[in-house]
Design a protein around this ligand. Structure first.
Ligand SMILES: C[S@@+](CC[C@H](N)C(=O)[O-])C[C@H]1O[C@@H](n2cnc3c(N)ncnc32)[C@H](O)[C@@H]1O
Length: 286
């Protein structure tokens, strides 16, 4: 694993977040992988990775998406899985070693890392919305692509059209209060939800042929509403608010209870399943 300058630099705050609180992605890896697999499937379908291709996965987390891409590019291809969080990337490395897939890890900040190689495709499942300066970060990613290269990624659509985010936020805010509004397009899960802003950042970075596919997918858990509520107080929108407000145990318990009841409206065949709205972005370099 290569070591990049992540504890300092423009995204040091995100590096700290994803190396501490973000560790919940390791603790809940199996259920997260299951929930987000339809997003990977959508990206695979749209991108149509081919055997032998060299692919950069940005913000790979614990590596599930990179592994799925590695299966597509096969042993003659290559996937470099980049992340700013050392603990998440170490976990990804363990999984890659066990899988025998053509995937390597790279610790670095996508905004500034001097990524080795010339990739045909950059991919990401929810790993590109956290940059302090998206245009600079996308330009840096463009530098790791060969000319004519392509980038295809998933980013969340706005909370207002996205039940996956709206419901837990409504329930957590009813108990904790409303936080001060974020600056528009601030780094975070909703950082690239405004597609006009996003298109500007990508064209500023040199990408062309901007295509956005708004997509609503049902994300399903293996457990029922109570299991999903227990996860939601650890990972995702409600968990972010719980941390932001440093919520008391009684408030956390009330939010979990409220989520369990609300999630009962989202059950399919005994398991929790809820629609989520995201954008798939597809751009190219000249
Ligand atoms: C929402 S998680 C998604 C993880 C993974 N792609 C998945 O779908 O399972 C966002 C990931 O982006 C990473 N990340 C955030 N800012 C980054 C940056 N500047 N450079 C590289 N990775 C970053 C985080 O460490 C985290 O692993």
């Amino acid at each position: 694993m290569s070591i990049g300058p992540v504890s300092q630099g423009p995204n040091a705050e995100e590096a700290a977040y994803w190396s501490t609180k973000g560790r919940s992605w390791i603790e809940h890896e199996a259920v997260q992988d299951h929930l987000l697999r339809p997003v990977t499937d959508t990206l695979l379908e749209l991108t149509q990775f081919q055997p032998g291709q060299r692919v950069l996965d940005i913000g790979c987390g614990t590596g599930a998406h990179a592994l799925a891409v590695a299966e597509k590019v096969g042993p003659s291809g290559e996937v470099l899985a980049l992340d700013i969080s050392q603990p998440l990337l170490e976990r990804a490395g363990q999984r890659f070693a066990g899988a025998g897939a053509p995937v390597q890890t790279y610790l670095g900040d996508a905004q500034v890392a001097d990524v080795p190689g010339e990739f045909e495709i950059a991919t990401s499942r929810f790993g590109v919305m956290f940059f302090a300066d998206p245009a600079v970060a996308f330009a840096n990613i463009a530098g790791a692509l060969r000319s004519g290269g392509r980038m295809v990624f998933a980013a969340w659509a706005p909370v207002s059209v996205n039940p996956w985010w709206r419901l837990p936020i409504t329930i957590a805010q009813a108990r904790l209060g409303t936080p001060p509004p974020n600056k528009p397009n601030a780094p975070g899960p909703m950082g690239l939800a405004d597609v006009t802003y996003l298109e500007g950042q990508l064209s500023g970075a040199g990408f062309t042929d901007f295509a956005v596919t708004p997509t609503t997918i049902t994300l399903g858990a293996t457990g029922g509403p109570a299991d999903m509520a227990a996860l939601s107080i650890q990972v995702g929108p409600a968990a972010r608010l719980i941390r932001l407000f440093d919520a008391r145990q009684a408030d956390v318990a009330a939010i979990e209870d409220g989520l369990t009841r609300a999630y009962e409206d989202y059950v399919d065949d005994g398991a929790f399943a809820m629609p989520a709205t995201l954008n798939i972005i597809d751009v190219r370099l000249p």
